[in-house]
Design a protein around this ligand. Structure first.
Ligand SMILES: Nc1ncnc2c1ncn2[C@@H]1O[C@H](COP(=O)(O)OP(=O)(O)OP(=O)(O)O)[C@@H](O)[C@H]1O
Ligand SMILES: [Mg+2]
Length: 211
């Protein structure tokens, strides 16, 4: 089985080979998939990301959210708690700066920080996923840390329930990815938090991730 880093390299290369036209098409298809979801329509506070390294671009969806008067939050690397993220309010005219990875984030201002427990849905970026909901990110463990208490609560809330009667625990994480990011199997580690759902331009995956 390839190592986690080999998978990251392979999938990133595949993703980088998508053309600009394909990226635009997929981005619009993603918008269509997301806007038909009842939980998205009902959500008030949505955390998402700005596409980097050929990730699927959710900008058309972000614009739709603004039109619907939803509040959008972006991850900001915590200034003194290593490996942790803060989520800051993001508007069309927000002051932005590049973080250490070169990714744009809202300029840190404590008045713009949203509590994780107030976020309805966190759309997470990812490098690769498999058929059981395992997620492989860029390797910082940022989303694993962000979602670890959510996962404990989700498992408690859904003890003994089948997949169709699952309770939605906030902040509900949904992965966003290109279809080509699906791989056979991700060797997962103890700290990895699986995702209950992943949306691609063509499909909405639901996974049974109960411990
Ligand atoms: N809850 C946690 N507590 C402490 N360390 C953690 C936790 N989650 C992840 N880590 C650490 O983070 C490092 C990177 O994790 P991993 O390789 O799973 O990143 P990733 O899931 O690909 O990245 P990301 O979540 O940022 O997209 C690991 O070395 C791991 O020890
Ligand atoms: Mg991980």
């Amino acid at each position: 089985m390839p190592t986690r880093n080999q998978i990251r390299q392979l999938v990133r290369t595949k993703r980088q080979s998508l053309s600009k036209i394909e990226q635009q098409q997929f981005s619009n298809d993603l918008l269509a998939q997301l806007t038909e979801r009842a939980d998205v329509k009902a959500a008030k506070n949505i955390a998402i990301y700005l596409a980097n390294d050929s990730e699927i671009d959710a900008m058309p969806f972000i614009q739709w959210c603004w039109q619907q008067k939803k509040s959008i939050y972006l991850p900001v690397i915590h200034p003194f708690s290593p490996g942790h993220l803060l989520f800051l309010h993001y508007e069309e005219n927000s002051d932005m700066r590049a973080n250490t990875y070169g990714i744009l984030e809202p300029k840190l201002d404590i008045r713009l920080i949203q509590k994780i427990s107030e976020i309805d849905i966190i759309f997470t970026p990812l490098v690769a996923f498999d058929q059981t909901g395992n997620r492989l990110g860029m390797g910082g463990g940022f989303y694993d840390r962000t979602l670890s208490s959510w996962y404990t609560q989700y498992c408690l809330d859904n003890e003994g329930k089948n997949i169709h009667e699952r309770k939605i625990t906030k902040p509900y994480p949904i992965g966003l990815a290109h279809d080509i990011q699906l791989i056979d199997e991700i060797p997962s580690q103890l700290w990895d938090i699986p995702l209950p759902e992943i949306v691609t331009p063509t499909k909405q995956y639901k996974f049974d991730i109960h411990k």
